[in-house]
Design a binder for this molecule. Sequence first.
Ligand code: ADP
Length: 203
Amino acid sequence: MHREAFLNFQPKSMLNLVLFGPPGAGKGTQSQKLIEKYGLIHLSTGDLLRSEIAQGTELGLEAKKLMDQGILVPDAVVIGMISHKLDANRDAAGFIFDGFPRTVAQAEALDQLLHSKGENISGMIALEVGDEELEHRLLLRGKNSGRADDANPEVIRKRIKEYNDKTTPVADFYRSQNKFTSVNGIGSIEEIFDSISAVTEAL
Ligand code: ADP
């Protein structure tokens, strides 16, 4: 390598956060605040899927059938969407992954995608909120969000069950890499954000 090229070489250091927590934990709210503070790009698979539905794409039509029942859509679908977004934002300061990865297969795929770009996950921050509070928050949100999956208590319980069965193992995946921190998700939006910021700055 040329000496000059070597001196110009700057290791990339994106801030890549996985925001983790059950449906209704407040990931979307806290993501918005993190974006403003740290200049990150928000990648929410839920939002990406809802945008496919709004555009009436084939992918959206297929995903809607599952989402309306509170069931996860196939790994390959969400991994493909994330891969496109990573490619489209090569110069980003970093990303917030919200609602992704939701299965261990997705977490492994995300590691591979990032490694192939010389990047990795900086850390996972989990918002801890009990099941009863979640159901309450989601039913309340359903009154305004217009989301079919928020309006029906049965679908809400199914989403929480999917989370407990398929998504909680993702926390162990990051724990085993020493990248896991949990934060109390009950309190004011500002209090919770202060805790998340403190964790982020210690990464
Ligand atoms: P919430 O976390 O509040 O349940 P999201 O907007 O993140 O809502 O997701 C809504 C629905 O979209 C999920 O119930 C699921 O059907 C689908 N979904 C979102 N992200 C994923 C993902 N990473 N893997 C599989 N399905 C997903």
